[in-house]
Design a protein around this ligand. Structure first.
Ligand code: UDP
Length: 254
């Protein structure tokens, strides 16, 4: 097989040049990182689960008219996406207080917020992705005013869509992070949801038990991350029951 050109390798994914101009192959690794990569581990099967769960969310968003970069899943670990220019912001939507928000504002974890709260962080690992305001975004030209209007309305649509999907399978969407990209059609930039949407970038709590089914399981050593993600995938119906995402060697001659 011809070697592919690697464009970029991040903490959880590798991007390769796609088969056609304007396309990229997004490969999901098993690496888990937290606290700005201070904590690292290999969680066998995580990439396979995230690829499937991400496909499910992105397909649904495309279906309801929220454009995403997603084209199709290629195999267990890879999906074909449209190449885009990433807006250097992490857009966080919060429905319940958790994580850094609880510390910053002194609000107890699990407090229902009066309405969804959207926050922006500047994407820069060396600075620890600092929280920024629309003033910073406008002053430094990270996104135009029109783009910020679109980002806000798209982020809220993603929130409603994902909250409903999760509620239907007994899971609370506490918060999540998404990223946006620009695609240039006829020179005009068009915003799409880019990167990934998976339990790596969401907080998901079982509604009945409060059990955490997201990356906090890894961040705070709460149990087996693979089992938590498998639970999400199975409830969403994207991974049939009794399917192992961990490929074990099989004995040829016994
Ligand atoms: N998040 C993420 N990538 C980041 C930072 C946050 O995917 O670099 C997600 C995180 O999983 C959570 C939401 O964004 O679902 C809000 O995270 P928070 O600001 O509370 O940060 P944390 O406490 O996770 O550091």
């Amino acid at each position: 097989m011809a070697r592919r050109t690697k464009i970029y390798e991040g903490k959880a994914k590798i991007l390769y040049e796609g088969p056609e101009p304007g396309t990229i192959v997004q490969y999901f690794k098993d690496d888990a990182t937290a606290f700005n990569a201070e904590k690292k581990a290999l969680i066998e099967g995580k990439g396979v689960l995230n690829n499937r769960i991400c496909e499910f969310f992105m397909n649904g968003l495309n279906e309801i008219g929220v454009p995403t970069h997603f084209i199709k899943r290629l195999n267990m670990r890879e999906q074909l996406v449209k190449s885009c220019e990433i807006v250097p912001l992490e857009v966080i939507v919060r429905n319940w207080a958790a994580g850094s928000f609880t510390k910053r504002l002194g609000i107890a974890e699990g407090t229902r917020l009066p309405r969804p709260i959207v926050e922006y962080c500047y994407k820069d690992d060396s600075l620890g992705d600092p929280l920024v305001t629309e003033e910073h975004i406008a002053a430094f030209g990270w996104a135009s005013q029109q783009e910020m209007d679109d980002i806000l309305s798209m982020a809220l649509r993603v929130n409603d869509f994902m909250s409903g999907l999760m509620l239907a399978v007994g899971i609370r969407l506490v918060d999540f992070k998404i990223e946006f990209g620009r695609i240039f059609d006829d020179e005009f930039p068009r915003l799409v949801i880019a990167d990934e949407i998976s339990p790596d970038s969401c907080r998901l709590w079982d509604i009945k038990t409060g059990e955490k089914l997201d990356k906090d399981v890894f961040r705070h050593d709460l149990g087996n991350l693979n089992s938590a993600y498998t639970e999400v995938a199975q409830r969403l119906g994207v991974m049939p029951k009794n399917t192992s995402v961990v490929q074990k060697p099989t004995l040829v001659n016994d």
